[in-house]
Design a protein around this ligand. Structure first.
Ligand code: M6R
Length: 586
């Protein structure tokens, strides 16, 4: 979604800041813009589409000591130059970049009679700052305190041409400094790579300014405080590109290695030992909460805890959890939040609600400096490394492996070492590469729609597989528990309808196989992914008897199928239309 990167210090070439904006491309955006101070005046250039369009508009070398830039993912107002950030006030006194949503923008517009040309909620901020004749940090704060909603704000002001003003509420914002006393403010620390490895995470309610050799940060009580600087260990996204053409392919290929490293870390660092062995006995219920793929990981977590530990566990989408007001959650509930980014707005909102209800909260996240990691009672690292493609692949595989280890940690009398089991799975993954999947499946040729079926844990993997295929191919991919087919969904089946049947549990595989055959009788073209040795024309055999471990292999297979289909359709799987990597608005 939207991204911010900005700079203040000695004079810098504008192109450098705009180039840095590319580190945020993976988040998804549909326009980009930059504003800077030049000879005491605010200037701006904006462009629809890719950042390279913005770069082509910068036709001469521009040097400035104060620069803000932004990638916009449209929420309020269509994709247009006028709606692109930075938003400059009518008389050019303030320019603003903003991530988040100002919920009371209409009320503010009416109350202060703001003449706002753009359709965005953000434009009211620059007009408000101008109308209030703000120039000092205290004027800035007064204006910001009128805003309701979520915001990561960075602003420049004509009267204070050497300063970046900032404020944060609910949307992530970070500040970095280097040995020259210069500062960058960005919505993701990945922007700081190459500038400095010293940064701070701002807290909700924080505001302040940075200028050469000086930073002033105030908390929501207007108390100035000395922030604690951390060391940035984020890898550089650009240098991370390898021989694969797409991040999605690269990230799927990395799964084997990442799982090996994950086992090493979880074993050697005894990560799960933050929990007492009887930890789960403290709770009447365990709820897994997340969005999209992370929600599917939650369904996996609930299935594995039910099945291996016989505890009450279920999963809820974060948005539904919020809508239902965190029904039945109490201090006897364990809420287990899963999020690759740790910044998904719905997940964070659900976390807030769970904490208000006094639930104990665990976070499983790939980003250890994220808001989720900071706000949970216990944090488990996903250890997937930077995931750039919008479609989550390697993070999902790691989430499953960690949940498998988590369940095993509380099991007594295990005969097999769970770390060894995951290691073995990582080795088995290698076989199912692009060539293997392409050769075995004639189903993915000319695919126009697809149905995934399975029972219990297999139906969870079916759900995730359908999501993946939808995201990167735009074809209508659906998923149903196998047993439901004859209660309605068979109506969808016609000649050649592709059905992928996931059957990885020896106890229940016959159900899925029977349902698939019923669909085949009605014309469906079936591909089985199974650990049953079967003699079907189209089938991918997985040599693993534990259904939860086999699910990890199956996920790599269906991720690869999704990738193959995207390639056949000529779609860039890294940046699917209308989607963003990190969904930071509710
Ligand atoms: O960063 P998160 O794991 O919280 O993201 C949650 C979802 O937005 C995310 O999984 C989304 O569904 C992916 N695009 C799935 O591939």
């Amino acid at each position: 979604m939207c991204g911010i990167t900005s700079f203040v210090g000695r004079k810098k070439n504008l192109n450098e800041v705009v180039h840095n904006l590319k580190k945020l491309e993976y988040r998804g955006y549909d326009s980009a813009g930059v504003a800077w101070i030049e000879n005491g005046a605010i200037k701006t250039i904006k462009s629809i589409g890719e950042i390279k369009n913005l770069e082509t508009k910068i036709t001469q070398k521009i040097m400035s000591n104060c620069i803000i830039s932004h990638t916009r993912w449209a929420t309020h107002g269509k994709i247009s130059e006028i709606n692109t950030h930075p938003h400059v006030s009518k008389n050019g006194t303030w320019a603003v970049v903003h991530n988040g949503i100002i919920e009371n923008h209409k009320a503010l517009k009416a109350q202060f009679e703001l003449n706002v040309l753009s359709e965005t909620d953000t434009a009211v901020i620059s007009e408000l700052l101008e109308k209030q004749k703000a120039s000092s940090i205290f004027d800035f704060k007064d204006a910001v305190s009128l805003l309701n909603g979520s915001y990561a704000l960075v602003c420049i002001c004509e009267q204070n041409p050497d300063r970046l003003f900032f404020a944060k509420n609910k949307s992530p914002l970070y500040v970095a400094t280097n040995e020259f006393g210069e500062f960058m403010i960005a919505s993701d620390p990945v922007c700081f790579v190459g500038f400095s490895n010293k940064f701070i995470s701002l807290n909700d309610g924080d505001y302040g300014f940075v200028e050469l050799n000086n930073i002033e940060v105030f908390n929501f009580n207007n108390k100035m405080y000395n922030p604690i600087w951390k060391i940035n260990d984020v890898l550089d996204i650009e240098s991370n590109i390898t021989s694969e053409k797409f991040f999605m392919q690269k990230e799927i290929n990395e799964e084997e290695k990442i799982l090996k490293n994950l086992v090493k870390s979880y074993k050697n660092k005894k990560i799960l030992e933050i929990f007492d062995k009887d930890f789960l006995c403290n709770f009447k219920e365990i709820m897994f909460i997340g969005c999209g793929t992370a929600f599917h990981a939650g369904l996996y977590g609930a299935e594995i805890l039910q099945s291996k530990l016989n505890v009450h566990a279920h999963a809820e989408m974060a948005s539904e959890f919020i809508a239902k007001g965190g029904r039945f959650v109490s201090n006897e509930t364990l809420c287990f939040f899963i999020s690759q980014s740790g910044e998904t707005a719905d997940t964070l909102q659900a976390l807030k609600l769970a904490k208000e209800k006094q639930a104990v909260v665990i976070g499983l996240t790939n980003i250890m400096h994220s808001t989720l990691a900071q706000k949970c009672d216990y944090v488990l690292p996903t250890l997937a490394g930077p995931e750039i493609a919008v479609a989550s692949t390697k993070a999902f595989v790691c989430q499953m492996a960690i949940l498998f280890l988590f369940a095993a940690y509380f099991q007594s009398n295990l005969k097999i070492d769970p770390f060894e089991q995951v290691l073995e799975i990582s080795q088995k993954l290698r076989k199912y590469d692009l060539n293997y999947v392409e050769n075995i499946s004639n189903l993915i040729k000319n695919i126009k729609k697809c149905m995934f079926i399975g029972t219990e844990i297999n139906s969870v993997i079916a759900k995730e597989s359908a999501l993946k295929l939808k995201e990167v191919s735009y074809i209508n991919a659906v998923s149903y528990p196998s047993g439901e087919l004859k209660h309605g969904y068979l109506a969808l089946i016609d000649e050649g309808f592709p059905v992928i049947a996931i059957a990885l549990n020896h106890q229940t595989n016959y159900r899925t196989i029977n349902s698939a055959i019923e669909a085949e009788t009605r014309g469906a073209n079936i591909l089985f992914i199974t650990n049953e040795k079967m003699d079907f024309e189209n089938s991918i055999y997985i040599d693993e008897n534990d259904e939860f471990l086999a699910s990890i292999i199956c996920s790599k297979i269906t991720q690869t199928i999704a990738f193959c289909v995207s390639q056949k359709l000529g779609i860039n799987p890294d940046k699917p239309k209308n989607l963003a990597k990190s969904v930071t608005v509710e």
